[in-house]
Design a protein around this ligand. Structure first.
Ligand SMILES: Cc1cc2nc3c(=O)[nH]c(=O)nc-3n(C[C@H](O)[C@H](O)[C@H](O)COP(=O)(O)O)c2cc1C
Length: 257
């Protein structure tokens, strides 16, 4: 594998192509911003970096308020449109049939069609070359209740959220696992541990096993269903002897051309 080094750039991906609404419900504006993110959890702090030339920059500098609306597949065309047209020359809410809804804590409008809208109050403005970074506190979060399941859990996976990576829009793909899944005792991990524990099981006196070892033993019986003799041998795929590649006289690298 070879990596080549490019000059400094902004290829951090994926990022949310967020819809930043500002102004008022009577005179709303919205722009797309990919340079946004979370700064802290408590208090909930965020930022959006906006070029001074944007109409939104003018509005947010004056009102010190904005809303971060998460974009979805249904909002994909609007997300792009709001990123190429300026509110100085076009009413983007009207053109894209977006509905400005009042917020709970600020005058800036949220977008009704977005599943999650974060109400933000600007606390600081930092100037970084091309962009000004509006650091803001998230003072309220508005959730479309159709994404709440019976337990009140926010089922954002149903929203078809958009991601932006290197000039292209995507919808989120497969869900791979929940937070912390890598340290959970998955089936495979359990089987790997079983192989180690078996040695101890043989050497331990009955009743001297720790509680978790007993759990492992129980799981071992459940998973294998084989005879006691077979179970006492390692049988996970990882513990099989590794396949030998090549002719044993060194590994020949596959040619690239
Ligand atoms: C995907 C995407 C991401 C963008 N991200 C930013 C951004 O982070 N900051 C910014 O200043 N402009 C960004 N833009 C450009 C503005 O959205 C665009 O200039 C817009 O027309 C500004 O609207 P306004 O003049 O009504 O504020 C982005 C555009 C697109 C399409």
């Amino acid at each position: 594998m070879t990596k080549i080094t490019w000059k400094p750039g902004t290829i951090l991906a994926p990022v949310p192509p967020a819809l930043i609404s500002s102004g008022t419900t009577d005179k709303p504006n919205v722009m797309t911003a990919a340079w946004t993110g979370i700064i802290a959890s408590e208090p909930a702090m965020t930022y959006v970096s906006i070029r001074p030339s944007r109409y939104s920059h003018e509005i947010i500098s004056r009102t010190k308020e904005f809303v971060i609306n998460l974009p979805t597949l249904a909002l994909a065309a609007a997300t792009d449109f709001c990123g190429v047209k300026s509110g100085r020359s076009v009413d983007k809410f009207k053109e894209m049939k977006l509905t400005p809804l009042p917020c709970s804590q600020i005058q800036a409008p949220q977008i009704a069609e977005s599943p999650v809208s974060l109400e933000c109050k600007v606390k600081d403005i930092q100037h970084y070359g091309t962009h000004d970074m509006f650091v803001a506190e998230i003072v309220a979060v508005n959730i479309d209740d159709q994404y709440l399941d019976e337990d009140g859990r926010l089922a954002l996976e149903k929203a078809g959220l958009l991601a932006y990576a290197h000039g292209h829009y995507y919808t989120l793909g497969r869900q791979l696992g929940k937070f912390g899944f890598s340290v959970e005792k998955s089936r495979l991990k359990m089987m790997q541990k079983m192989a180690e524990i078996k040695v101890e099981v043989k050497e331990s006196k009955k009743g001297a096993l720790k509680k978790d070892e007993k759990v492992m033993q129980k799981a071992a019986r459940k998973f294998s269903g084989k005879s006691k003799f077979e179970r006492s041998r390692p049988h996970t795929p990882e513990l099989k002897p590794k396949k030998k590649y090549g002719n044993g006289r060194g590994f020949k690298k596959k040619s690239r051309d």
